[in-house]
Design a protein around this ligand. Structure first.
Ligand code: PEP
Length: 249
């Protein structure tokens, strides 16, 4: 881990029920978490209120998506204002499932990021390459293009955490090696330095996501440019998620 405060997010995706979430909240509330770590969980929208009412204030709440602007006649969408109203501090944007399953493009995601920031939400801005893009040697280009879309849209990087999530590692059990992740994190920092500013490059936390679990987190956390994790599957298990939070090196 680097010098910024370690950051661990749990993305529950489209999982859970009132009962299973109630059990997960009990486990999270009783876990011991290192004090020097920002911890955030992202439940499905409809359970955010339940989570807000029962989860310790030690853990902040994120949404998994939001609309590009002010609410209104946008059936099925949730606005950044509504997320603030219900107690969310963060929103995950640009997740690979939204890019590649649902079809969101860079500009649409950039617009969401800018609007969420304007309403005072923090943004977990996801980027990452597909397996074929990695195999073709295009990992950096793909990540830089996705970064540029955020950079073109947002007025400030103060409330952004970048989540590097290689698509081939998400939900597959195929975690990137610490070296593979570190290499991209360094390249992302370098891109920020050249295209935004040296200050943003050094201050912005870059977290890794993709099959992080209780067994592999400690090795990854040792890397200098890995400032935390975005965790999918393993965030549904309270004790394992706590192990990941406490892996800060
Ligand atoms: C994610 O959804 O952001 C993720 C990294 O999932 P998993 O940990 O299950 O690979």
């Amino acid at each position: 881990a680097g010098t910024g405060k370690f950051f661990v997010g749990g993305n529950w995706k489209c999982n859970g029920s009132k009962d299973s979430i109630s059990k997960l909240l009990t486990d999270l509330n009783s876990s011991t978490l290192e004090s020097d770590v920002d911890v955030v969980v992202a439940p499905p929208f409809i359970y955010i209120d339940q989570v807000k009412n029962s989860l310790t204030d030690r853990i902040e709440i994120a949404a998994q998506n939001c609309w590009t602007g002010k609410g209104g006649a946008f059936t099925g969408e949730i606005s950044a204002e509504q997320l603030k109203d219900i107690g969310c501090k963060w929103v995950v944007l640009g997740h690979s499932e939204r890019r590649h399953v649902i079809g969101e493009d860079d500009q649409f995601i950039g617009k969401k990021a800018a609007y969420a920031l304007s309403q005072g939400l923090g943004v977990m801005a996801c980027i990452g390459e597909l397996l074929e893009e990695r195999e073709a040697g295009n990992t950096f280009d793909v990540c830089f293009q996705q970064l540029k879309a955020y950079a073109d849209a947002v007025p400030s990087w103060d409330n952004i955490v970048i989540a590097y999530e290689p698509v081939w590692a998400i939900g597959t059990g195929k975690v990137a090696t610490p070296q593979q992740a570190q290499e991209v994190h360094v390249a992302v920092r370098d891109w920020l330095s050249k295209n935004v500013s040296a200050e943003v490059a050094s201050k912005t936390r870059i977290i890794y996501g993709g099959s992080v679990n209780g067994g592999n987190c400690a090795e990854l956390a040792k890397e200098e440019d890995i400032d935390g994790f975005l965790v999918g599957g393993a965030s549904l298990k309270g004790p394992e998620f706590a192990t990941i939070v406490n892996s800060v090196a």
